[in-house]
Structure formats: structure tokens, C-alpha cells
Design a binder for this molecule. Structure first.
Ligand code: FAD
Length: 393
């Protein structure tokens, strides 16, 4: 067993690091220590310039073919790139691109690819995901939004919910029911919908951290050209599950957890040096988070090694998602314990500042991690049934 890069990957990593130093770290504001994902929002112009640089190299969607603006990268090269960008706290891709892009590439027509992939990579369009409905989240295949064919168009009626970024999106990729009489997985189609279409209403849903991230979206006789359907009619479930497969494997959570553990360890050492040691129970809690972070990283390695051999991680991707999201909540809780009352403040300058600002805000922001993209219970079900062959129910 060897946890190290091959010479080729080591050279690639060095190239990425040099690029990140030159184009991302060099432009960082003096006070920005790059360590916390929960600092003040990033300078948009700087982010755009950086993403443009990535796009020029095909590094926004590194595994996509060059002809679609990618870099034809191997799974491992892409993994190294992703690791290095997350280590630097650098943005990695445009919104939703990794969800809808590969789906259009695999199942879309040439016309759809030409229309949507290039502007997606240039960051000229924002997308949102219209899957969940008020009665259909975990049991997504029970979705009720209806699309009825009328000549060259579908007429869509229904509601989507928890639609992240719908208030800023130009396009939505959505699942609709096109055959209500078929078994539930077989009557669904996958549509690309222009959010400016008449009949669409977007209403904000404010989350517990007082942020406007997601929305309710209502469809009233919305006309969608049939040419905007991806894949065959009534086969959209299988197109949609491609989308989900792309969502479930990443190293970002492990890296974020590790950086947080490093910060916490720095803080605890600093308190000891200042003669104000933290209670022993908190020290042990940080040690637990360090162990769990190592496990999380190893799970990411397992997922990527399966992909590198040409396999499709299934149970392993669920383990990775579930463990990483639950870990992010445990890390945030430990940070709350360490910062005490100070952690309630949005900004502070005391010794706790090393932990980043507002532990309470971070704590609230990670609550949905175990719900989005498949809840922990659903991930456990997948591990139990598909992974271990345990009986359902
Ligand atoms: C931050 C965030 C962003 C999101 N963004 C989007 C988006 O952009 N687009 C989109 O379409 N959706 C989005 N979602 C919705 C998300 O996909 C759903 O919330 C998720 O699938 C769960 O569905 P639900 O909320 O309907 O809960 P339900 O499915 O109703 O589940 C309720 C509870 O029951 C449990 N449960 C359900 N079924 C089972 C079962 N079979 N076995 C055991 N337990 C079960 C669940 O684990 C959960 O605890 C987002 C959610 C969050 C939190």
C-alpha cells in the first residue's frame, strides 16, 4: 500500500500548486488566511477572474472532453486538481455545473451540447436543480409535477421546493411526470427549462442561518419546447440518476474538516501556552475529530480508487457522503464548545479568532449537510441494501 503520488501525479500536483500560488493566493487580501470556508463572502471580481483562468485551461470541468471545454483528464489528475484547489480555499467550479453538465454530455443531443455546455463553462449562465417537491424528496420518483405534450411543446404544471439558487438561475434542469399511468420510475422525463418562461414563480425560503439559498418554484402552464428534453420521454429517471451519481463523490469535506482540526489544535495549544488550558474533555473531542477526519479522507481515497479503476462507487460513495456530512456537524459542534459564548459573535479578535469567525453561524450552516443530496438515513439504506445485501424494510 502506498499513499503517495506517482512521479507523474507529483509533477502534476506541483504544476497545479504553482498555478494556484500565482493566480489565486497572490491576489488574496492581506487578512485572508484562506483557511475558513465561513469567512466573509469572497470578492466576486476576484472569483470570476480566477474561474476564467481555470476555464481557459479546461480545469473547470477537467474530466470533460476537450471538445466540450474540458481537459480530458484522468480521474486521478482531476482528483489531485480538486485536492489542491480545496487546500487553497480556491473556488472550483461554476454553480451546478457538475450536476447538469455531465448529464447533457452523456444524454443530450448535439444541439443541446452546443447550446448549453460552452456558456456553462464560461460562467455566463446559472443553473438550478428542480428535483424535490413538497411530497417527494427522498422518494423522488413519486414526484408529481406534470408535463403534458402539446405539439412541439410540453405544458408544465406543479411545484418544486428547496431549489437552491432558483432566484438567480437562468435555467433549471428538472424532472417531470410525463406518464402518470406508468410505474413511478418509468413515467418521468428530464427537461431543461428557461427560467424566464412565462408562468414560473420563484418564492424565497429563508434558512435557519437567515440566508436566502433555496426557494419554492411554481409552474403554471409553462411551455417548454420538446427539443429541451434530455434523453427519451419517460426515461428521465435514468437520466436524472446520472446527475446524482456525479454529485456524490468529493474530497472537499475531508479537507475542510482537516483544516478545521488544525485550527482547533492550534487554538488549544495556544490556550495551554497562555496558561488557560481548555477543559480536558474538549481536548479529547479535538482528538476524536482528528481521528474521524483521517477516516473521512480514507473514504474519499477508496471512492477515487474505485473510479480510477473504471468502477462506479456505490455503497462507498454513500459512506463518503454520509460520514463527511455528519463529521462536518461534529466539527462545528466541537468548535462551538471551544469558542463558548464568543462563538456567538459574528466577528471577534480574541484568541478564539484563530478558529474563524462565528462558530454559531458555521454550526447552523452545516445542519443541512445531512439532508441535501440524499439524507443520512437514505445513505444508510443504500449501504445496508445495495452494499451489504441486507433485506429492505
Ligand atoms: C441545503 C439544501 C439544498 C437543497 N437544494 C436542492 C436543490 O437545489 N434542488 C432540489 O431539487 N432539492 C434540493 N434539496 C432538497 C433535498 O434533496 C431534500 O431535502 C432531500 O432529498 C430530502 O427530502 P425531503 O426534504 O423531502 O425529506 P423527506 O424525504 O420527507 O425525509 C424526511 C425524513 O424522513 C427520513 N426518511 C425518508 N425516507 C426514508 C426511508 N425510506 N428510510 C429511512 N428514513 C427515511 C429522511 O431521512 C428524513 O430524515 C436541498 C436540500 C437542502 C437541505
Amino acid at each position: 500500500m502506498r499513499f503517495q503520488d506517482t512521479p507523474e501525479l507529483a509533477a502534476w500536483r506541483a504544476q497545479v500548486r504553482e498555478f494556484v500560488d500565482r493566480h489565486w493566493r497572490a491576489g488574496a487580501p492581506a487578512e485572508d488566511d484562506d483557511d475558513s470556508p465561513f469567512e466573509a463572502p469572497q470578492d466576486e471580481a476576484r472569483v470570476k477572474a480566477w474561474l476564467d483562468r481555470l476555464a481557459e485551461n479546461g480545469w473547470i470541468a477537467p474530466a470533460w472532453p476537450k471538445k466540450y471545454g474540458g481537459a480530458d483528464m484522468s480521474v486521478l489528475e482531476q482528483f489531485v486538481l480538486s485536492q489542491e484547489l480545496h487546500e487553497a480555499g480556491a473556488p472550483t467550479s461554476r454553480q451546478m455545473l457538475n450536476l447538469v453538465g455531465p448529464t447533457i454530455m452523456l444524454h443530450g443531443t448535439e444541439e443541446q451540447k452546443a447550446e448549453h455546455l460552452p456558456p456553462m463553462l464560461r460562467g455566463e449562465v446559472a443553473w438550478c436543480q428542480g428535483f424535490s417537491e413538497p411530497g417527494s424528496g427522498s422518494d423522488l420518483a413519486s414526484l408529481q409535477a406534470r408535463a403534458v405534450r402539446d405539439g412541439d411543446e410540453y405544458v408544465v404544471n406543479g411545484q418544486k421546493i428547496w431549489t437552491s439558487g432558483a432566484h438567480r438561475a437562468d435555467w433549471m434542469f428538472m424532472l417531470v411526470r410525463t406518464d402518470p399511468d406508468a410505474p413511478k420510475h418509468r413515467g418521468i422525463s428530464y427537461l431543461l427549462v428557461d427560467m424566464k418562461s412565462p408562468g414560473i414563480t420563484v418564492r424565497p425560503l429563508i434558512n435557519m442561518a437567515n440566508g436566502h439559498v433555496f426557494n419554492e418554484v411554481f409552474f403554471e402552464d409553462v411551455r417548454v419546447p420538446v427539443r429541451n428534453r434530455v434523453g427519451e420521454e419517460n426515461r428521465g429517471w435514468y437520466v436524472g440518476t446520472t446527475t446524482l451519481d456525479f454529485e456524490r463523490s468529493n474530497i472537499a469535506r475531508a479537507i475542510t474538516a482537516r483544516k478545521n482540526v488544525e485550527r482547533m489544535a492550534r487554538y488549544v495549544r495556544g490556550r495551554a501556552a497562555a496558561g488557560r488550558p481548555v477543559p480536558p474533555a474538549y481536548r479529547l473531542e479535538v482528538a476524536d475529530r482528528a481521528i474521524e477526519t483521517a477516516v473521512c479522507e480514507l473514504l474519499s481515497f477508496i471512492v477515487i480508487s474505485i473510479q480510477a479503476r473504471g468502477g462506479v462507487p456505490n455503497m462507498e460513495a454513500s459512506m463518503c457522503k454520509m460520514y463527511g456530512s455528519e463529521l462536518s456537524q461534529r466539527v462545528a459542534l466541537t468548535k462551538m464548545h471551544l469558542t463558548g459564548m464568543t462563538g456567538q459573535l459574528r466577528r471577534f479578535d480574541g484568541p478564539e479568532a484563530v478558529l474563524g469567525q462565528s462558530a454559531a453561524m458555521e454550526y447552523m450552516q452545516v445542519v443541512p449537510a445531512t439532508i441535501a443530496a440524499g439524507t443520512s438515513e437514505i445513505q444508510r439504506n443504500i449501504i445496508a441494501t445495495r452494499g451489504l445485501g441486507l433485506p429492505r424494510g
